[in-house]
Write a protein that binds this ligand. Structure first.
Ligand code: UD1
Ligand code: CA
Length: 471
């Protein structure tokens, strides 16, 4: 770290490659770790670190990559097109040609290096500035350097060039210092150097790494040491899993340090865009996906999978609850084994219990859907009790209809409510009723055949059956 005044710099992120080693239909840079695409991690880091502009080079799967970036970053990113995959040098050339106005120091990052720390970018820029380097690069040491370009130094230890893994001689292959692929270059130097790249190599491509040799020959090169744990590139599914675990662990460590109660740092799956307040508790194997918010005092127990869910203060989510696009109110209780589908809104101190499913339904203050029910397209008032096995019959095969239960309603077990239907304030629906018409305030709705008791019938039946069994 230095005290050098902050400088203006721009980022170029290379994301045009296909990523054949991923063996996947998706463009490589759209594979996700902790809920964010690889390329979005890189762009986010560059923007957070202070890049004035961030230009992403697109090619393979460009529409999908562009959509991801536009949705997430809007105007903060710009795109350039690399029409054919002719190597990392060609990709940078496409960016520079698209943007003649790019000046000052340009930081080039690969879109498949999702763990790059922002501080390293800032250090690389300010140190390059300090010594007025044409090119600054980061290097790192690896016990197994295969797959990475090797850093070749001369007798006095100065960086000379980078050799691509597959172009290495036997001696070069043994070099453990690698090129993680992070550069800060003076724009004018880069422009000139790119023109001089040649596809004279094993793949017939233009390698960006060849600009290092040009800088070493006629200019000034600065090298900074980085930690490969932060700089790994994702080339195949194993790399993706390794990067995922690393990122996941960092997220949970950070939460634990901030005051979230965490049962097991390695058994939590929290996407990067989720927020968990200090004083919340997360049990083992909890997944928080997308953009969840968990407020102080909330407890999420073992095995819950929540996607875009807000869990308000002091709410209790019991084991194995699955919920999406929903809110769980202050002090509410859900689960075990509940399923909240999109647009469920649970009011303060309400309860949804085991094996109940909800969808597009609001549940008022203190109301209960405790056992084995389906409530869909419902508006449930305050202090409502819904007995076990109640079904909101919301779908007629063509359309969805709404069920309204006003404040203080009591629904007996095994009731079906055929929507559209309203049960008015304080009304009571007897168990086993099929409600087809609105129920007036404080009324009782009852629809079932009268019970008949046949005295002694069971005993006579048993006797008859026993007689039949004897030979
Ligand atoms: C590259 C480096 C290598 C380094 C390694 C670090 C080169 C020639 N090699 O190798 O020295 O050790 O990264 O992870 O630069 N891309 C394009 N257009 C292309 C080719 C690639 O945009 O025509 C993009 C890819 O989408 C990817 C990035 O550039 O995000 C790197 O490409 P990749 O093929 O993964 O390079 P490596 O073989 O890993
Ligand atoms: Ca790579």
């Amino acid at each position: 770290m230095t005290n050098h005044p902050p400088t203006t710099w721009n980022a170029i992120v290379l994301a045009a490659g296909e990523g054949t080693r991923m063996k996947s239909y998706r463009p490589k840079v759209l594979h996700e770790i902790a809920g964010r695409a690889l390329v979005s991690w890189v762009v986010q880091t560059a923007l957070d670190a202070g890049a004035s502009r961030c230009l992403v080079v697109l090619g393979h799967g460009r529409d999908d990559v562009e959509e991801e970036l536009a949705t997430r970053f809007g105007q903060r990113v710009e795109m350039a097109l690399q029409p054919e995959r002719r190597g990392t040098g060609d990709a940078v050339r496409c960016a520079i040609e698209a943007e003649s106005a790019l000046q000052g120091r340009l930081v080039v990052l690969y879109g498949d290096c999702p763990l790059v720390p922002g501080q390293l970018l800032r250090d690389l820029v300010s140190r390059s500035e300090e010594v007025d380097a044409d090119l600054g690069l980061v290097t790192a040491t690896l016990s197994d350097p295969s797959g990475y370009g090797r850093v070749i130094r001369n007798g006095t230890g100065d960086v000379q060039r980078i050799v691509k893994d597959r172009d290495c001689s036997v001696d070069e292959q043994a070099i453990q210092e690698v090129n993680p692929g992070l550069y800060a270059m003076r724009a004018d130097f880069l422009r000139e150097a790119l023109v001089r790249l040649s596809p004279d190599n094993a793949q017939g491509q233009l390698y960006l790494t060849d600009v290092v040799e040009l800088a070493a020959k006629q200019g000034k090169v600065l090298d900074l040491e980085g930690d490969m744990a932060d700089l790994m590139g994702v080339n195949d599914q194993r790399d993706l899993a390794v990067a995922s675990s690393t990122r996941r662990r960092r997220i949970t460590e950070e939460l634990a340090r901030s005051g979230v109660v965490i049962a097991d740092l390695d058994a939590l799956y929290i996407d990067a865009d989720c927020k968990v307040e200090p004083g919340a508790t997360l049990g083992v194997n909890v997944h928080l996906r997308g953009r969840c918010v968990v407020r102080a005092g909330a407890q999420i127990d073992v095995g819950c999978i929540l996607t875009n869910v807000v869990v308000d203060k002091d709410a209790l989510v019991l084991p194995y609850t699955v919920a999406a696009d929903s809110t769980i109110g202050v002090g509410a209780q859900v689960g075990p084994f509940s399923h909240l589908r999109p647009q469920t809104k649970l009011g303060p101190r309400s309860k949804v219990g085991n094996f109940s499913e909800t969808k597009k339904t609001t549940v008022g203050v203190g109301s209960k859907v405790n056992h084995l029910s389906y409530v869909g397209d419902g508006i449930i008032g305050e202090g409502v009790n819904i007995g076990a096995g109640t079904i909101f019959c919301n779908y007629d095969g063509e359309q969805k209809h709404i069920t309204v239960l006003e404040d203080g309603v009591f629904i007996g077990s095994d009731t079906q409510l055929i929507a559209p239907v309203t049960v008015k304030k304080g009304a009571y629906v007897a168990s086993g009723t099929t409600v087809t018409r609105d129920v007036p305030e404080d009324a009782l709705a009852l629809s079932r055949s009268k019970q008949e008791n046949k005295e002694g019938y069971a005993a006579r039946l048993r006797a008859r059956l026993r007689r039949k069994k004897k030979p």
